[in-house]
Design a protein around this ligand. Structure first.
Ligand SMILES: NC(=O)c1ccc[n+]([C@@H]2O[C@H](COP(=O)([O-])OP(=O)(O)OC[C@H]3O[C@@H](n4cnc5c(N)ncnc54)[C@H](O)[C@@H]3O)[C@@H](O)[C@H]2O)c1
Length: 541
């Protein structure tokens, strides 16, 4: 096997001296040989980013034709991604590297394409729309512009990759070590959606980007980048690096990008916030709650949504339902039994449950044991490793367990900081905590929501207007669904997705998200005169 290019820097694909061999998440066999940039090689990326000034690659005064170029390239990319073969390729590529069902992977590709359709043509320059206010005298007016940051960075996680190969330009930077990479149903969820939506937003606003995604899924973005180049996106605007976290940490601290947009765990987010003096925009861990209100209706639909929110893509969505507050009326209606039955239909065969890429089975089982020490706690269903012969082939570095729900009494959960911390620890896999409350305990439910640290998604499942209001007025989650059809997952291109309650919070997908994350406000006050006839120098003040 020959060594292939590893990264794009300064507009050309270059090679790395070292590679990392990744195991197939389904059977542990060598799967992908991914470039592993060394600290020495990473210096080229630092130097490339330093070439970009703070005023960016384009802004309303500089090279405005680049807004149009991005509108045109985006229109072409959207059209290509609508070609059935291209859509299918990306879907299967995502499935292969981050195991999830065809439907889940395809949803990611479709959202990405719709985003590109939204920002085709003039919509890119519309993002940089300014406003003007008349001045105090002739020749004066102030204008507020959206200004780029210049050199910026994007670091994204494994769970939502995206990729495709519409052209034959260049060779893939990855070596596929097994036949049939995109055969059959395999794996991934936000491999493309998160990186593409953030990357394109950064570029539209005039920034130069160094971009890193998790090596487990970066083949998807490598293919996507080639698609954008094929469609006419300027090749020098993005430096794409494959490396581990520590090497990227070194790149960021050396290059000091004006903004680093980080999507991933809260632990790494905090490390970067400190190392980069707060110049970060963060989409971090999701510990997402759902409250089933007192009005029981549409039982089958609500149970279906609860199961999908907790267990689709094996719970590896930042928006996955982590805790379910069940009103006693819903318990009496039998929702927990329906949930158990729906979860039991999930199989490794169609990847409706599958390998967990960042939590081992051992970690999850230990977590369950700790929860069971809380008085009244019990396993509602699951709580065991996947047991089929096929499941036993999943490598030990990944997790593989049955969709699991552990019940913890609300009073016990709130009893001590230790219990609460345990019950609200994110397990990034098919796992949720369930608790119950009655009409007199809504304040305790709201206290639990207040005490949580992450405020990403939430769902208020009720059509009772006063109940909805009581919950909405007392909570903060950045993406909150409300009503009997409310869900926690789903990050479509048509609404904001991101946490709230943190000045560093980033958003994704919409006009407001792009403008807020990837541009800053600059006010230019034109004051061109004339100076009034007969003006004389006044007394000093
Ligand atoms: N809020 C959101 O929109 C969102 C979306 C997806 C995932 N997530 C969260 O991400 C987590 C799971 O993803 P993960 O396991 O890939 O997260 P992670 O934090 O371990 O890794 C994220 C990325 O950061 C890189 N990295 C790690 N240490 C680094 C460092 N010191 N400097 C620079 N880069 C570094 C990793 O290589 C990876 O590319 C979960 O907590 C999930 O909730 C959040």
């Amino acid at each position: 096997m020959s060594s292939l290019a590893f990264a794009s820097v300064g507009g050309r694909w270059v090679e790395s001296s070292a590679h990392e061999t990744l195991p197939d998440p389904l059977n542990g066999e060598p799967f992908l040989k991914v470039p592993a940039t060394t600290p020495g090689e990473a210096q080229a990326f630092v130097a490339s980013l330093e070439l970009c000034s703070k005023s960016g690659l384009h802004n309303p005064f500089k090279s405005p034709e680049r807004y149009l170029a991005y509108g045109s390239a985006t229109a072409k990319a959207a059209a290509l991604m609508a070609v059935p073969e291209v859509e299918d390729f990306f879907t299967r590529l995502i499935m292969r590297v981050a195991p999830k069902s065809y439907a889940q992977a395809n949803g990611e590709v479709v959202v990405t394409r719709r985003f590109l359709e939204n920002f085709s043509g003039d919509n890119v320059r519309m993002l940089a729309r300014s406003f003007s206010v008349p001045g105090d005298h002739v020749g004066q007016a102030s204008t507020g512009y959206r200004w780029p940051f210049g050199p910026v960075a994007i670091v994204s996680p494994f769970n939502f990759p995206l990729g495709e190969q519409p052209s034959n330009e260049g060779t893939s930077v990855y070596q596929v070590l097994v036949a049939g990479l995109v055969d059959s149903v395999v794996m991934a969820y936000l491999c493309i959606e998160i990186p593409v939506l953030q990357l394109m937003g950064a570029l539209y606003m005039g920034n130069k980007v160094i971009f890193k995604t998790d090596s487990k899924v970066s083949v998807v973005m490598e293919q996507t980048l080639r698609l954008f180049h094929h469609c006419g996106a300027p090749v020098e605007d993005v430096d794409f690096i494959n490396c581990d976290g520590p090497v990227m940490h070194g790149v960021l601290t050396s290059a000091q990008p004006r903004v680093t947009q980080f999507t991933g765990s809260s632990k790494v987010a905090e490390i970067l916030a400190e190392a980069l003096d707060g110049k970060v925009k963060v989409e971090d861990a999701g510990f997402d709650w759902k409250i089933l209100g007192p009005d029981v209706q549409e039982e089958e639909y609500v149970a279906h949504t609860c199961d999908q929110d907790a267990y689709a893509y094996s719970g590896q969505k930042c928006s996955a339902q982590s805790i379910l507050f069940v009103h006693e009326n819903w318990s009496k209606s039998g929702i927990l039994e329906t949930l158990k039955s729906l979860a039991s239909r999930r199989t490794l065969e169609d990847l409706t449950v599958g390998p967990v890429l960042s939590v081992t089975t051992e970690t999850c089982m230990k977590h369950i044991d700790s929860l069971l020490k809380i008085s009244g706690a019990k396993v509602l269903f699951g709580g065991k490793p996947l047991s089929s012969e096929k499941a036993k082939k999943i490598p030990a570095q990944y997790g593989a367990w049955d969709p699991t729900a552990v019940f913890v009494p609300l009073k016990e959960m709130l009893k001590s900081p230790e219990n609460f911390a345990l019950c609200t620890t994110e397990i990034f896999g098919p796992f949720q905590v369930v608790t119950e409350y009655d009409d007199n305990e809504l304040d305790a439910v709201l206290e639990a929501c207040e005490r949580m640290n992450n405020h990403l998604t939430a769902a208020v499942v009720s059509n009772d207007v006063s109940f909805q209001r009581r919950v909405l007025e007392a909570t903060v989650n950045g993406t909150t669904y409300c009503g009997i059809r409310a869900r926690t997952t789903g990050a479509p291109q048509n609404h904001w997705f991101g946490p709230a309650g943190d000045p560093r919070a980033a958003g994704i997908g919409t006009i407001e998200a792009i403008r807020m994350v990837w541009s800053c406000h600059r006010e230019v006050i034109m004051d061109e005169g004339p100076v009034p006839e007969g003006w004389t120098t006044p007394a000093r003040t």
